[in-house]
Design a binder for this molecule. Structure first.
Ligand SMILES: O=C(O)CCC(=O)C(=O)O
Length: 277
């Protein structure tokens, strides 16, 4: 399956700050990814390498938290085969006007019934350690999504609002829309239009790094799982002085260049792609 956008999809991305694309993962890939979710959160890493971030572990994590792993691709070849796809990089680069795209990080998200919300935020707010401070996201669902199951939601058109700082509470906030409402007021929007994305398993939503999004608690009886590719420009470099406590450890001394071992290039408009992927 290839992720290729029509002119109408390009137009809706420019207007809304996100666009839905169906049939991005075939049924076998969705099933293979399902089979990796539990082992990953139980600490079974096929490559022997741990992911970079991990907010919940089987046996010790709180029952009601939305479970999130960052950079599962380093631990699991089947997740890598999804998030390092060239067509994902191409779509991100073309939509944001970059010459190419690298992986910045991935997420595996597992929101079981009863799990709490993720606060609404802009992804670019968390990217002060890269130049340009820009991200594009391809959010791929492994389940049919429904509004009552805590699917991803977007504030339509909010990619045109100014960039806000990171939100007060990302995991399980009391009011997931708190920071979004304040940002909407600053942008002169009395009532932001927030839309819950209901799409079949294997579909994706591509969103701009400034588009406000988040997800509410899972009030349904089925899990809600997603694999997410967060891309940055192929030209991205480390910021001269802002340091990411986690991703800063991949910076080589004496250079601001990004090493393709850790931030591979998925697609570039001159045909280049990091050879080992
Ligand atoms: O899946 C979710 O609940 C939200 C994911 C998210 O914030 C993202 O992909 O940027």
């Amino acid at each position: 399956m290839q992720l290729a956008l029509t002119a109408a999809q390009n137009e809706s991305f420019r207007r809304d700050g996100y666009v839905i694309v169906e049939n991005v993962l075939d049924a076998a890939t969705v099933e293979a990814a399902w089979a990796r979710v539990e082992p990953l959160f139980s600490g079974h890493f096929e490559t022997g390498v741990q992911p970079d971030e991990w907010n919940w572990r089987a046996g010790s994590g709180a029952a009601d938290v939305t479970r999130q792993i960052c950079n599962a691709w380093k631990a699991d070849p089947r997740i890598a085969a999804i998030v390092l796809r060239a067509d994902i990089g191409r779509a991100c680069a073309e939509l944001r006007g970059w010459p190419g795209a690298r992986i910045n990080q991935d997420n595996v998200i597992w929101k079981p019934p009863g799990a709490a919300s993720l606060g609404f935020h802009q992804d670019d707010s968390y990217q002060d350690w890269i130049v340009p401070r820009e991200m594009m996201t391809v959010w791929m669902t492994l389940d049919d999504t429904r509004a009552d199951q805590g699917t991803i939601e977007y504030a339509r058109g909010s990619h045109l609002w100014p960039l806000s700082p990171p939100i007060a509470q990302f995991h399980a906030p009391n009011d997931p829309l708190f920071d979004l409402r304040a940002a909407a007021r600053r942008a002169g929007q009395a009532k932001p239009e927030v839309l819950a994305i209901e799409i079949p398993a294997g579909s994706a939503v591509i969103h701009h790094g400034r588009t406000w999004h988040g997800s509410r608690d899972n009030r349904g009886d089925q899990p809600r799982r997603a694999v997410v590719a967060h891309c940055m420009s192929s030209e991205a470099r480390f910021h001269a002085s802002n340091v990411s406590p986690i991703y800063g450890r991949y910076r080589r001394q004496g250079t601001d260049e990004m090493d393709e071992s850790f931030f591979p290039i998925l697609w570039r408009n001159d045909g280049y792609r990091t050879p080992w992927i």
